[in-house]
Ligand binder design. Structure first.
Ligand SMILES: C[S@@+](CC[C@H](N)C(=O)[O-])C[C@H]1O[C@@H](n2cnc3c(N)ncnc32)[C@H](O)[C@@H]1O
Length: 187
């Protein structure tokens, strides 16, 4: 039998593809994330964050990337690509400097070796910050998942170089033991 916690059950009842949606919703409610026309969803599969964006604004143009497949969502342009490839996707590249919001819930595959896993997370987060700096418009917003580890301070400092406001959030829907944490930045 598959065990669904309260968040997963609520997500299912509301038609969302994963419980991750409630983490994004909480960060939205606590911040000034409210106007967005062009949105980049990095690590989008199975698609709950993209669904949430469209529920908030049915006119939003959502571009989503994941190395895994994602079932289609009306209004979302999905690319089965590693985020490293984003500069080679013409439909997205032509919108450089025009995105209002970049959301990243990326979680890399874990090897179980802490040092390697933490460095992989750090590298993906650094790349995400670079992508957000390149693709966001002025005042654009980045919401990015990361993990509480030795690199967190360095990562936050790095983000502060390109974002005027940087804040940390641990949403209630995020399992305490997971160590995941979200960085929010305004460019
Ligand atoms: C926690 S899930 C995202 C859940 C999603 N936010 C939702 O609401 O349904 C993390 C995703 O990151 C993707 N991912 C990991 N590394 C990636 C990479 N380098 N490029 C693109 N996607 C990646 C994984 O395949 C996985 O689907």
């Amino acid at each position: 039998m598959v065990y669904l916690d309260n968040w997963a059950l609520k997500a299912k009842q509301m038609g969302y593809r994963s419980r991750a949606v409630f983490k994004l919703e909480e960060i939205f409610n606590k911040t000034r994330t409210n106007s967005f026309k062009y949105v980049l969803d990095l690590g989008s599969s199975p698609g709950a964050w993209s669904q949430f964006i469209l529920k908030k604004n049915s006119n939003a143009n959502v571009f989503a990337l994941d190395i895994l497949d994602m079932e289609p969502i009306e209004g979302v342009k999905f690319f089965k690509q590693d985020i490293e490839q984003i500069y080679n996707i013409p439909q997205i590249f032509k919108l450089k400097d025009n995105f209002n919001l970049v959301i990243s819930d990326i979680a890399p595959n874990l090897s179980g070796i802490k040092l390697i896993d933490n460095k992989n997370i750090f590298d993906l987060n650094k790349l995400t910050i670079d992508i957000a700096s390149d693709f966001l418009c002025r005042d654009g917003i980045l919401i990015m998942k990361t993990f509480q580890n030795n690199f967190l301070k360095t990562l936050r400092k790095d983000m502060e170089l390109s974002f005027k406001i940087v804040q940390t959030y641990k949403p209630a829907a995020s399992k305490k033991k997971s160590g995941e944490i979200y960085l929010y930045g305004e460019k």
